[in-house]
Each structure stands twice: as structure tokens, then as C-alpha cells.
Design a protein around this ligand. Sequence first.
Ligand code: ATP
Length: 315
Amino acid sequence: AVEFCTIGETMGLIGATEVGPLRNGALMRLGLGGAESNVAIGIRRLGHSAAWISRVGDDPLGALIVRELRAEQVNVDYVRVDPGAPTGLMMKIQRTAAASEVHYLRKGSAAAHLAPADVPAEVVSQSRILHVTGITPALSSSAHAAIRTAVDIARNAGVTVSFDVNLRTRLWRDADPRPVLRELTALADVVFASEHEAELLVTATDPVEAVRALSDLGPRTAVLKRGAQGYVAYVDGEIFHDTAIPVPVADTVGAGDAFVAGFLAGVLDDMPASEALSLANYCGALVVAAVGDWEGLPTHAEIAEFRARRDAVSR
Ligand code: ATP
């Protein structure tokens, strides 16, 4: 059995290798990215088995995604190659050194055709954690149905359900994301949100109130990711918080996925909440310190090395 499984879209990613706008042309580097597969890579690097369930097109981008995830030892046995639709693509630029900008070519992609039949019930029900995001229900009604199916299977089997709100405003167009995102939050055991996402779902005047209010929707654990300010979490009735680990910022995209991977790997290791949150905080920082959405995801050995070096400097 696989310890961790996740379902969602992964796209080809072309990222500019220099700072500036896209319209003047730029040197680009081809890779891949997707919130759910980023988390799967992170969990895998922290020593646990992980499966990524999805659809890709029958094209070079789909081949690149499957090949790269396989190289990261993520289980791709449940990825369907859909001959009828292309793999999605995103373009990422550094508009300024401090601000990245992402543009998507994902409409009608293979992953938007995800459907309940794509969910391997036995894999989900035998795993320990299922992770889904608020991106998938915005892709299509069948993709929404697919993650609902997975969540129902997990809940019935007593599998921990993790949900990252991951609001993508442009994907929702004129639709109101709130009812869907609130419902998925209510079905989850663990919810992750940014401050902006929490504001959308609950009424609160400060981060502590926000995590309590998120937990009131259903999940036992609610975590507010606060970028360079760190996190605030509510776990089984207790509040935890910390500031971020200071690092030179290379690229902030993917920090949230890294944080989720670190926390969930800690859960798989049966760590106390404070330790899992600290692991998450290091994962977020180490991804921010490297270029790429997931390339900087650390192993335990890399975290230990980083901590040792930090201590050496501060002494
Ligand atoms: P994204 O959607 O870009 O992946 P997010 O909004 O989901 O990001 P953030 O709150 O930006 O998530 O970051 C998640 C975690 O990563 C933070 O809680 C923190 O632990 C770490 N982190 C983020 N930014 C920084 C930073 N500048 N320095 C150090 N750690 C950071």
C-alpha cells in the first residue's frame, strides 16, 4: 500500500531564467509543476511512499511529467494518458526580483477531464493520507466529482483527508468558490489556508481566530500559512505558532506545497504537532531559498545540514 496519495493537475512549466516581462521574449527553461505533485515529491523526499493520481495528454509534456515524477520515486501507476486532450502548460516569470507571475494554458487540458472512474478506490482506502486541493474543483465538474469520490472513499475507510484551499481566482471565473471550498474544508481532517483564503471562508479578526473558525467548519487541524511571517496552527484544541526561518528568497512559489508536504510527512512519522509544524516551516523556507516550485524540497539530511550551518553562523 502507498502511505500518501493525491489527485490533481500537473502541467508543463516554462519558467523564465531572467527577470522581466514575458512580452519582450525571454529565455525559458522547461519543467513541470502542480500543487498536488509538488506535495507528493516533498513527502517522498522525506522518506514516505506517495502516489500521484491524474491524467496527462499523449504528448511530450505528459511524458516529461510522468518521467520526472517517476525519477522522484513518486508512484505514477494510476496516471492515465488521455489521447483526447493536451497536457496543460504554465508560464512563470519573475516580473521583478521579488514578484513572480504565473500564466496558464490549461483550459480543456487532459487533467480537466479527470472523472470519478480515474480514482483507484483500493489505493485511496489503503493509504494513510489523501491530499486534495481547491484547484481541482475549479477545473471542471467531473474533476470536482473525482476528488469528491476520493474524499468519500477516504472518509469511509478512516483515511486522513488533507485539504489545501489553494484559491485560484482566475480558474473560478464568475462562479462563487466559497460553497465548494467550505464543503471540502468541512470534509477534511486537516486544512491549510493562506490568510487571504481564510478571510474568504470564515470571519475572523486575527490569525488565531481564523484557525479556530476554520476548525469549527470540521477539521481537527487548521493551519494558516503566513509567508515570511510563518504560521499559526490549531491542532486538537491547541494553538501553535512560529515565525518563518529566515532565508535569502530566490522564488516564493511552491512554499505552501512544501509546508504541506513537511507537515503531512510529520504526521506519517507520528510526530507531535509542534515537530511536524517545525518540519513544515523548514520545508517552506528551503523551497523559497531555491529557484523552482519544488526543486528545493529537502530530505531530512538536507534539513539537518541546513540547521547545522545556521547554528554555526549564529554562534
Ligand atoms: P504558494 O501558493 O506560493 O505555494 P502559500 O501562500 O500557500 O504559497 P506561504 O504562506 O507563502 O504559502 O508559504 C508557506 C510557508 O513557507 C510559510 O508558512 C513559511 O513556513 C514558508 N515561507 C514562505 N515564505 C517564506 C520566506 N520568505 N522565508 C522563509 N519561509 C517562508
